[in-house]
Design a protein around this ligand. Structure first.
Ligand code: AMP
Ligand code: ZN
Length: 492
């Protein structure tokens, strides 16, 4: 099954297939590690994860590269305020980013590339640009890209650049929306700032050059897909195209994917607006990592998504239903055989699910047949019309759902535990919701011990004590399920 994906460059939905007929090579712009990421950032990484997982599900081998911007204006500024070198400032945010990825079940790309490990490559690329007449050095020792040397500039974002002023320059990484100017490739060292001594002078790279240099290094001159948030289309991706194509004379990437924003009250979630939540904020409020994942991916990437707590509650309920159903299938004993109607329902759900994702990653439509199958299966089970062969067929559908959505397998407790340990270490326990603290009051061992005591009490027909233990556990957010195989417990 081939994925049909909207291509920003052509404005069309087009098949995404490896140019070399083998491995799909993709580059996705990663985080700038000056602070904790907010869930808007993670919406973009999650949608790229959906793409990645769907490609894998359809059997496409991947080589996915993601950069980490570990040198830029904000990092330099923040490190200076903290009074430490950037190499000491960024690791905590790099680690935090990976922890958050793990909590959100975002798969690691095959290759992660840090900007500061690739300064040589960037310098070489700037030298090649100079040789091609596309880069020039200014009096202060900075280097700029000469926009007038690249007439195709604007082809991705379809900007009309006719009013562009030749030689007008911009040297900051934060741009005015509609300005197209010669942009910085390399910034001359300023006193006290982080800098590298190189063949093109002492300084540090501009933001855009890293992605051109590192994509070339790991994916070659031309590759299949380039992805990022919608704000990167201009100028970042436009600049990457100008830098790379001026040297290679080949299309940087054939396909471009841009994830639309996560909004809050109609405005982009962002650090500068102050309207953001980090993953940690939400985990400490008691929301589950899986619910945050599902809420952020359930609206397809081509649509902006308004963040609401109702949305998180909806996702929490949806996951609860899926998990309860999965558990029912796993633990119920069914008679051998199959029900042809159930077999057909499973095949239909699987087909519709795959088709929705293949259709430009329509995650919202992909969910629907799964829940329909859940309802049909529950009804058939209640009526005794569901057999072992049906269970296997439905479990296979759930497995392919989870290969992309990854919310049924429950790893939430671990993510929450990490967030609490972090809050403790950072002195942020005041941010932890009281219900969450109550829920965490018992360790796994303590719960096991109470469950064992309750079983013992029941054996001795001391039902009052058994109920008392059940209630005590319930107050601390632990629910018990009695089944013929014994007692199972889970945290609410
Ligand atoms: P940054 O760490 O700021 O470089 O951003 C990392 C990624 O998050 C980029 O791909 C951005 O386009 C993306 N991004 C930033 N804000 C949002 C948002 N509100 N919604 C979705 N993606 C975003
Ligand atoms: Zn980039």
């Amino acid at each position: 099954m081939t994925l049909l994906l909207f291509n920003t460059l052509t404005g069309q939905v087009e098949p995404l297939v490896p140019i070399d007929g083998q491995t799909l090579r993709m580059y996705a712009c990663g985080p700038t590690v000056y602070d904790y990421g907010h869930i808007g950032n993670f919406r973009t990484f999650l949608q790229v994860d959906v793409l990645r997982r769907f490609l894998k599900l359809t059997g496409v081998p991947l080589r996915h590269v993601m950069n980490i911007t570990d040198v830029d204006d904000k990092i330099i500024r923040n490190a200076a305020v903290a009074g430490i070198p950037i190499g000491e400032y960024t690791p905590r945010y790099v680690n935090a980013f990976f922890e958050d990825m793990e909590a959100l079940r975002i798969e690691r790309p095959e290759q992660i590339a840090r900007a500061t490990d690739h300064i040589d490559r960037m310098v070489e690329l700037i030298q090649k640009l100079e040789a091609a007449g596309a880069a020039y050095k200014t009096e202060d020792g900075s280097w700029y890209f000469r926009l007038s040397s690249f007439p195709a500039y604007g082809k991705l974002s379809k900007k009309d650049l006719s009013g562009m002023e030749d030689g007008a320059r911009v040297d900051v990484d934060e741009y005015e929306k509609d300005s197209a100017r010669d942009f910085a490739l390399w910034k001359a060292a300023k006193p006290g700032e982080t800098a590298w001594d190189t063949a093109i002078g002492r300084g540090r790279p501009g933001w855009h050059i890293e992605c051109s240099a590192m994509s070339m290094e790991y994916l070659g001159d031309s590759f299949d897909l380039h992805a990022g948030g919608e704000d990167l289309m201009f100028p970042h991706h436009e600049n990457e195209i100008a830098q790379s194509e001026s040297v290679t004379h080949k299309p940087l990437a054939r396909h471009w994917m841009h994830v639309r924003f996560l909004l809050v009250d109609g405005r982009k979630m962002s650090k500068s607006e102050g309207n953001f939540y980090t993953l940690r904020d939400l985990l400490l409020k008691g929301y589950k990592a899986s619910a945050i994942r599902l809420a952020l991916i359930s609206v397809p990437y081509r649509h902006q998504l308004n963040f609401t707590f109702d949305g998180l509650a909806e996702a929490t309920n949806a996951i609860e239903r899926l998990r309860t159903f999965h558990e029912r299938l796993r633990t119920t004993t069914f008679a051998e055989g199959t029900n042809p109607a159930m077999q057909a329902a499973a095949a239909k759900a699987q087909g519709e699910y795959m088709e929705a994702l293949a259709n430009d990653l329509n995650t919202a439509e992909a969910r629907a047949p799964i829940f329909e199958l859940l309802r049909a299966s529950n009804t058939a089970i209640d009526q005794g019309q569901f057999f072992a062969g049906d269970r296997d067929a439905v479990l296979r559908v759930l497995a392919s759902f989870d290969a992309v959505f990854d919310v049924i397998a429950d790893r939430d407790a671990e993510a929450t535990k990490h967030a609490l340990a972090w809050a403790e270490a950072e002195g942020r326990m005041a941010d932890v919701a009281p219900e969450l603290l109550a829920r965490q009051a018992l360790s796994d061992e303590e719960i096991e011990a109470l469950v064992a005591q309750r079983t013992q009490a029941k054996k001795q027909r001391n039902f009052a004590r058994a109920d008392q233990i059940r209630n005590e556990l319930a107050e601390k957010g632990v629910v018990l399920e009695d089944s013929k195989d014994g007692v199972r417990w889970k945290r609410k």
